[in-house]
Design a protein around this ligand. Sequence first.
Ligand code: GDP
Length: 453
Amino acid sequence: MSEDFETADIGVEDGPAVPLPVVAVVGRPNVGKSSLVNRIIGRREAVVEDVPGVTRDRVAYDAEWQSTQFTLVDTGGWETSVSGLAAMVARQAEYAAQTADVILFVVDATVGITDADAAVTRVLRATNRPVVLAANKVDGSMQESDALELWNLGVGEPYPISALHGRGTGDLLDAVVEAFPDGDREVQEPEAEDGPPRVALLGRPNVGKSSLLNRLAGEDRVVVDSVAGTTRDAVDELIELGGKTWKFIDTAGIRRRFRALQGADYYATMRTGTALERAEVAVVLMDVSEPLAEQDIRVVEQVLEAGRGLVLAFNKWDVLEEDRRIYLEKEIDRQLARVAWAPRVNISARTGRHMEKLVPAVETSLAGWSQRIPTGQLNNWLKELVAATPPPVRGGKQPKILFATQAGAKPPQFVLFTTGFLEDNYRRFIERRLREDFGFEGSPIHISMRIRE
Ligand code: GDP
């Protein structure tokens, strides 16, 4: 990762997401940047065709070469000024230098070095970023000598390619991947564990966890996944629900027979964290016959901190009195506003009320937790959002969002590449709109920034 990016983590404090390496494609108009971008992404995400007179803004895409993933940024949209071409292209190069780990500089080999190419080169040299030089339009061996001339730019070996036909692009991409900074190539999310989805059933003592587990499984039908050598060992239970098997994590802390041995408090305080580590989604149980307690909120916060999917289950609905119900709604609004995106179920472990709603709620959270937005789609969306509601001016400067990527899922993590700090309010605004337009129901979202002042 480039040292001169200030990394600011916002949202849930769980370490910043590491974005994939960024490759910016620069070059003067008509050298074939769009064709090259299309060639590299294999049209998995459509590149908007150039329309004369219409500004195609810089756009980012998901790309991959030999199992190495990266984000490809097309700076072609800055091709607006006719008069100051060299200055404009230089500005584009400057922008690329701000955001990219590697710059892919495209030159038209059949034309040779122009003033604009020279201007770009000057900017690129000053950036200290690795530059890979693509000598485009080398459609056959006839033009290969044209490519050699581009050594004179002084940015290293020109790779003769034909973006249109694909000639030479493999060697070019090898060179691009080779230039990535070390350490940025790691897998972004932990390998999915095989087996059934993993659920943690959480809540302070006496909210009804044990009763719910009994209701869902039935004491006799329980399959113990790992037999406990001692009561301290994790005991997972496989339970069939809605035609599917679910793994309930660390139920030793919930089952009465274990609790009696160990003491309820021990489990209440110690077990939540370890269960969450292993779970994908948490069902947090609350007792509606009593006011929401500090401890209830604390459990919800732990789920957020762990970055897991969340379902809020309000238990003992059978004993909820009518006037208490109004208070409850107010309490939820006030104390659980942060997690307004979590599915809610109103249940009774005692009567079995609305048990059938539990599985769909858990499935919703798992889906939101695993959701991914392709980079192209994300940036088209973001461009519109920012155009309609730009980030507020801060210290006399208007921070720009250059582009964004979803650096990971489970939970979804976004990285915004910006020219300045984005206020908390604006970050929350982005999160809200992401949820409105894409869902992410039942999952926390992480948004971090990479800032270049
Ligand atoms: P845990 O500590 O969270 O596992 O809670 P338990 O399952 O041991 O339940 C605590 C108490 O609440 C017990 O007396 C249960 O019978 C009672 N309880 C659990 N679920 C319900 C429910 O849906 N309605 C009512 N009225 N009582 C419940």
